[in-house]
Design a protein around this ligand. Structure first.
Ligand code: HEC
Length: 133
C-alpha cells in the first residue's frame, strides 16, 4: 500500500505535468490578430441584419441551403460576389442591398477569408492536437 508521501509525490508530479503541458499548449497556439476595418465591422452587422447565416455557413456554422462563404472571397472574387448579392438567384433571395451594404459585406468576406480556411480536409493536425492551415 502506498504511503502518504508517495501519494503526495504522484499528485505533485501529475499537477506539475498538467500545468507544464497546459502552458506549452497555450504558448504554441497559432493565434494571430487581424486588424478589422470599419467596413468589415459594418459588413458583419449587415450579415447579421439580413440573417445570411440562415442559409450560409462561416467556418461550417450556419444553415445548409447555400454554400459555406468563409473563403468565397478568394474562391470567387469581389465582382462575382457583388453580382450575386445584388441580383440573387432562383434559390437565393435578392435583398435589394444598398451599394454601401454590398461593399461592407465584401470587406467582411475579404477579412474572414484572410483568417483561415473552412474546409477541415485542408488542415494539418499536429501531434499535440493543434492544427495548421
Ligand atoms: C434563403 C436562403 C439564403 C439566404 C437567406 C442567403 N443566401 Fe446566399 N445563397 C443561397 C443559395 C441557395 C446559394 C447558391 C445559389 C446558386 O448557386 O444559385 C447562395 C449563394 C450565395 C453566394 C455565392 C456563393 C458561391 O460560391 O457561388 C453569395 C456570395 C451569397 N449567397 C451571399 C449571401 C449574403 C451576403 C446573404 C445575406 C445578405 C445571403 N447570401 C443570404 C441562399 C441564401
Amino acid at each position: 500500500m502506498a504511503s502518504d508521501l508517495q501519494k503526495t509525490t504522484v499528485a505533485v508530479i501529475l499537477i506539475a505535468s498538467f500545468l507544464a503541458y497546459t502552458c506549452f499548449l497555450y504558448m504554441s497556439l497559432p493565434i494571430k490578430s487581424y486588424a478589422t476595418s470599419n467596413a468589415c465591422i459594418e459588413g458583419k452587422k449587415t450579415w447579421q441584419n439580413y440573417n445570411c447565416a440562415a442559409c450560409h455557413q462561416v467556418y461550417g456554422l450556419g444553415g445548409y441551403l447555400g454554400p459555406d462563404l468563409t473563403n468565397v472571397y478568394s474562391k470567387r472574387g469581389p465582382q462575382y460576389i457583388q453580382a450575386f448579392i445584388s441580383n440573387g438567384t432562383n434559390v437565393m433571395p435578392n435583398f435589394h442591398l444598398s451599394n454601401n451594404e454590398q461593399e461592407n459585406l465584401i470587406a467582411y468576406f475579404k477579412n474572414i477569408d484572410s483568417s483561415g480556411k473552412s474546409d477541415p480536409k485542408t488542415f494539418f493536425v499536429h501531434n499535440n492536437g493543434t492544427i495548421e492551415q
